[in-house]
Design a protein around this ligand. Sequence first.
Ligand code: FRU
Length: 424
Amino acid sequence: MKSNTEKFGKTPHQPSLWTRADALKVRADDPTTTQPLVSANFPVLSDEVFIWDTMPLRDIDGNITSVDGWSVIFTLTADRHPNDPQYLDQNGNYDITRDWNDRHGRAKMYYWFSRTGKNWELGGRVMAEGVSPTVREWAGTPILLNEQGEVDLYYTAVTPGATIVKVRGRVVTTEHGVSLVGFEKVKPLFEADGKMYQTEAQNAFWGFRDPWPFRDPNDGKLYMLFEGNVAGERGSHKVGDAEIGDVPPGYEDVGNSRFQTACVGIAVARDEDGDDWEMLPPLLTAVGVNDQTERPHFVFQDGKYYLFTISHTFTYADGVTGPDGVYGFVADSLFGPYVPLNGSGLVLGNPSSQPFQTYSHCVMPNGLVTSFIDSVPTDETGTQIRIGGTEAPTVGIKIKGQQTFVVAEYDYGYIPPMLDVTLK
Ligand code: FRU
């Protein structure tokens, strides 16, 4: 397996590395980077459906946008099956944990609306059954395009394969609520190429998903972030000095960490509509560190590029670890070099007493961080849990230079607009 320099050459950019040395700096339960405990008495958005990844409607510059005073969020969603014999345990009780764990296989995109940026009302499915070309509708980004209410929804069409796609529709408002119309023709954009980004043929556990398009505030061009793995056959990657970083004596053994190969991908649009994309080398790689850098997104602040991505404890490589949560990196220009925030990259992790309380954090430009509740312990030992499938309390963070600080906690699913667009 080639090194980054051999593989990607000298142009247009070198991927930045999240190294094992960086990850060794992760400190679980540091109060400045730990999400406050989520109570097991949380309210649920719906008894009918589970929701997880939440995608607030925004403009191409990243601003969370309401329309005619209505906030809109998109969520990955799956039916709850409390009465389905398939999800009953030996005692005839609903096995909600199994139902929840199976959700990815039947994920569909739904939308919700609100006047207050919380207490979301269910709008329904974004695309009718049969519109999306694959079984699973996985995460992406809805972009409000104009004052006519047109929306481009970028998302991931999964199983078979994993393709970054988009579908255009329109948001329509009345005094009483919001509906989405259109969203009838899904356009495939691109798939992993096997040269920069790992394909399913190279690794059955590959990741290629979660598009996040944006306009670069400096060069004005249209780009897209996505989650990937570094190309190459599974097991062929090298964890060398660069990937290890500057570790203390005794930390040179990388174990089987060559199997962890996450990267944050980037593509540039060849056209203004974002229908024609060219993949570029990854912005950031985590070879030997972690296998998943999911839902990458930016906050542009103080002339800097703050790159955030979510990751799990279970996807860390041998010899390094960290909590489930959101990690971040900062650079002075789009193509880096990126430096891990807080030294380690950890920005907001779950407390070790409730390691799965939340996930899929999205840092918004106003410093608010939304996520969903996964599971919260209901007894001291943590053996009994309550499954979430609903919005977590929003957390406020402050981003200062290369550091971040938890500074506030808000209501469940609080996603206030940063600007309002009056539709014509
Ligand atoms: C994050 C995630 C995304 C993916 C979706 C699948 O929670 O793993 O990367 O699109 O969930 O359910």
